[in-house]
Design a protein around this ligand. Structure first.
Ligand code: GLU
Length: 417
């Protein structure tokens, strides 16, 4: 196995690749490759047995030229400072690709949430919220869910912030539950934009998504919703996986029944009438569409040589290393990048924040219609950039669009000494 790519170096390489197609000064590009600031903190939290445990946590505020920093908070034992920096940078360019008025940020706590009780997780979340309080705010930095976090954690963070500030400020965080100021459609939004990107990609490439075979790596919120909605388009989801491994049935899976099975047993493995697969085997299946929906670096340069899918739509952040991109570009595999395909999450977070500010709530139908408009417009803009700049692939085209938008905001407001 090749050495793992450092996601922060991957981000910087992606920016350099796109900068070659833009007429932007080197010093401005350099600025766009590094975070404005990173908070690193150690949370000391009381465990159920009375002992105190220390948890390392980060929040990176990468760039605020286009608006408040925006991005999720993940709970994962593999969280590192460089990973959080990379993820915060990807948020900047994601928000720019879909043209919503945000910069980018990201947070993470080094923790395996499966090892802790609900009470312990609540104390960890509230402790992080207390540390974040001076850095976040409705117009400053707005966290959201990411890997292993959801409505429950967002509600705790909102409540801690509001209590300490002695106010109500639902727009300080997004991805909340509905009674706490959440938005209709937010839970499904990431998977929905993945489905919309896949639908538009097939249309653009003049291929039929109905009857297409699909493999999905990862069956968390993004992966399972993407699988379900792509199945609803008439595609045949033949393989899915989670951290315990994958399952395969060439006749197709019932994605909803697989989800029920995972809810009951804790994993997709062992679902009826399926062959079991490793994650690597799933990623190299001969399918029309591959959706990586787990973590960074799922496909490196070596594995990319064995990928047999024609189209990849990235639901995860950073699932392909730059070497994988090079190999897949050379092999003519069409990759539709994370900063478009999973941007539905942050787009509906934006809608949630707008609703929180107005204290006026939308129907699910309105949310989904507005989301579809944003993603389809962004897809069209990206394809125009791909064709007009002669970019080697859709990722570079997406960065060309995004970087130009950030640069426009920066250069027209001027530098502060
Ligand atoms: N964590 C999600 C992402 O990576 C959502 C971020 C948000 O809603 O702010 O895009």
């Amino acid at each position: 196995m090749a050495q793992e790519a450092n996601p922060f170096e991957s981000l910087q390489e992606q920016i350099d690749d796109a900068a070659a197609y833009l007429d932007v000064r080197d010093d401005v590009i350099e600025r766009l490759k590094n975070p404005e600031r990173v908070l690193e903190t150690n949370l000391s939290v009381e465990m159920d047995d009375g002992s105190i445990e220390l948890f390392r946590a980060y929040r990176s505020q990468f760039n605020g030229d286009r608006g408040p920093y925006k991005g999720g908070i993940r709970y994962h034992p593999g969280v590192t400072r460089d990973e959080v920096k990379a993820l915060s940078g990807w948020m900047v360019y994601k928000c720019a690709v879909v043209d919503i008025p945000y910069g980018g940020g990201k947070g993470g706590i080094v923790i395996d949430p499966k090892e802790y009780s609900e009470g312990e997780l609540e104390r960890v979340s509230r402790s992080f919220a207390k540390e974040l309080r001076p850095f976040i705010g409705v117009d400053r930095d707005i966290p959201a869910p990411d890997v292993n976090t959801g409505q429950r954690e967002m509600n705790w963070i909102k409540d801690t912030y509001e209590t300490l500030e002695n106010t109500t400020a639902p727009g300080v965080i997004t991805g909340k539950a509905l009674p706490n100021g959440g938005s209709e459609g937010r839970v499904e939004a990431t998977g929905r934009s993945t489905m919309l990107t896949a639908r538009e990609a097939f249309k653009y490439l003049d291929r039929d998504i109905e009857g297409a075979t699909v493999a999905v790596q990862g069956y968390g919120n993004a992966g399972w919703i993407a699988a379900k909605l792509i199945e609803d388009l008439g595609a045949n989801v033949v393989a899915v996986s989670d951290s315990s491994g994958g399952i395969y049935n060439p006749e197709g899976l019932d994605t909803r029944a697989v989800k029920d099975f995972k809810n009951e047993t804790g994993s997709v493995s062992g679902y009826e009438d399926t062959e079991s697969l490793t994650n690597e085997e799933l990623l190299t299946l001969d399918v029309d569409l591959l959706v990586p929906a787990a973590l960074e670096n799922a496909i490196d340069g070596d594995l990319a040589r064995d990928v047999r899918a024609d189209i990849i739509v990235e639901a995860a952040n950073g699932p392909l290393t730059p070497r994988a991109d090079d190999v897949l570009t050379e092999r003519g595999v069409h990759v539709f990048p994370d900063i478009l395909a999973n941007a539905g999450g942050v787009t509906v977070s934006y809608f949630e924040w707008v609703q929180n500010r107005q204290r006026f709530y939308w129907t699910e139908e309105r949310v989904n219609d507005e989301l579809e408009r944003v993603i389809v417009d962004a897809f069209d803009t990206l394809v125009d950039a791909y064709e007009s700049h002669g970019a080697p692939n859709f990722r570079t085209a997406a960065y060309v669009v995004a970087i130009q938008r950030v640069v426009n905001a920066y250069t027209s407001s001027g530098n502060w000494p």
